[in-house]
Design a protein around this ligand. Structure first.
Ligand code: ATP
Length: 361
């Protein structure tokens, strides 16, 4: 564009901040329309790698147009920074919505995930892997849960046998194959399905399936060990109101074996996604009672868990360092009630949702 960003737009308050950029509300002077502008400041130093990542993000954004993908309006390369003008998502992050509401009902989650599955299917069909799906990158355009998948900073257009050595993604959401050092850290479409599975789990209960901080007394494994083993469960009472179909879908998405993990098409066709009938126990209120009956010395309150896990471990480090494996302790089951996931079983075996303990059918 010939004239500069500030000639065409007025910058307003900051909407968010990531590792590479800050995002502000802006208003187009000619139309009065509101947009978001992502500003990558130029400060010298390691700008080259920053700019390369940015070029990639812009290239991906320019090549896609889908109702559930954030749309690129314009870019300005100026002396002080690069300005990327984006469609505005006025209701902010899905993350904040979950924190506010504590969790989503199944029908709310279904509404969000139909859009997400379609957006990711659209990307995968174009050989684009997002690689950084998490609730902070799922933005809401209205209070009716219309979403836009954002932050294509790590998205990559992949070839069929794509390998990359960059470790990227966010620890809690990263797929197990990325954590295997011998695996050449292969990013395929399957990594997005895994991350979506983690997000779906969080949406339905309000805390993450894998976490360093939160399971220490019951679960002696580090975050990366838990992920590599696909070790998670559906603790009672949080998961009691959630139907079998949801657990079955999460099991299929959080399957360690890449070849057995659900594809995005399978996610779209899964009975939970296509379900017309409503689970009678489905409610966002059920949890409040469940939380009240908990022993807080053992389990942290739900809201705190979400904040702790998502904000601390997830926001702080985007590029992961894999620490040398500490000794794996023998896990002893402690008899606490929980619906177990069983995704390592073969496709022909019983699925995880069917293999539950202590929950009424
Ligand atoms: P990260 O380090 O997470 O990759 P980033 O530097 O790539 O971050 P984004 O994640 O794209 O930046 O944006 C940071 C935050 O700004 C988002 O989490 C969100 O809160 C806000 N944001 C980004 N784009 C928009 C938008 N179009 N409308 C509203 N808010 C937005």
């Amino acid at each position: 564009t010939s004239s500069g960003f500030r000639q065409q737009y007025m910058i307003h308050e900051q909407l968010g901040k990531g590792h590479f950029a800050s995002v502000h509300l802006c208003v187009e002077r000619s139309s009065g329309s509101r947009f978001a502008v992502k500003i990558f400041e130029k400060r010298g130093g390691n700008d080259r790698s920053r700019t390369e990542g940015l070029q990639q993000e812009i290239a991906v954004l320019m090549s896609v147009s889908h109702p559930s993908l954030l749309c690129l309006k314009d870019t300005f390369d100026e002396e002080d920074g690069v300005y990327v003008v984006l469609e505005l998502a006025p209701e902010g992050e899905l993350f904040n919505w979950i924190v506010m509401k504590q969790k989503l009902s199944e029908s709310e989650a279904r509404k969000v995930f139909i859009q997400l599955f379609q957006a990711v299917k659209f990307l995968h069909e174009r050989n684009i892997v997002h690689r950084d799906i998490k609730p902070e990158n799922i933005l809401l355009t209205d209070k009716d849960l219309s979403i836009k998948l954002a932050d294509f900073g790590l998205a990559k257009i992949i070839g069929e046998e794509s390998f990359t050595t960059t470790l990227c993604g966010t620890p809690s959401y990263v797929a197990p194959e990325i954590l295997e050092p011998g695996n050449h850290r292969r990013y395929t479409r399957a990594v997005d399905v895994w991350s979506l599975g983690v997000v779906l789990y969080i949406c339905l209960c309000g805390f993450p399936p894998f976490s360093d901080e939160l399971w220490s007394d019951e679960n002696p494994y580090t975050l990366s060990q838990q992920i590599k083993m696909g070790r998670f469960d559906y603790p009672s009472p949080y998961w009691d109101p959630v139907g079998d179909a949801a657990l079955d879908l999460i099991d299929k998405m959080l399957t360690v074996n890449v070849d057995e993990r659900a594809t995005i098409d399978e996610c779209l066709e899964h009975p939970w996604t296509t379900l017309a009938e409503i689970n009678p126990k489905d409610s966002t209120d059920g949890l409040t009672g469940a939380i009240a009956s908990l022993d807080f010395s053992k389990r942290k309150p739900h809201r705190e868990r979400t904040l702790l896990a998502t904000m601390n471990e997830v926001r702080v480090s985007r590029v992961i360092d894999i620490a040398p494996q500490s000794q794996v302790k023998v896990y002893e089951k402690n008899g606490s009630q929980s619906r177990k996931h069983n995704a390592t079983k073969s496709k022909t075996g019983t699925n995880g949702a069917a293999n539950r303990e202590g929950t009424p059918g």
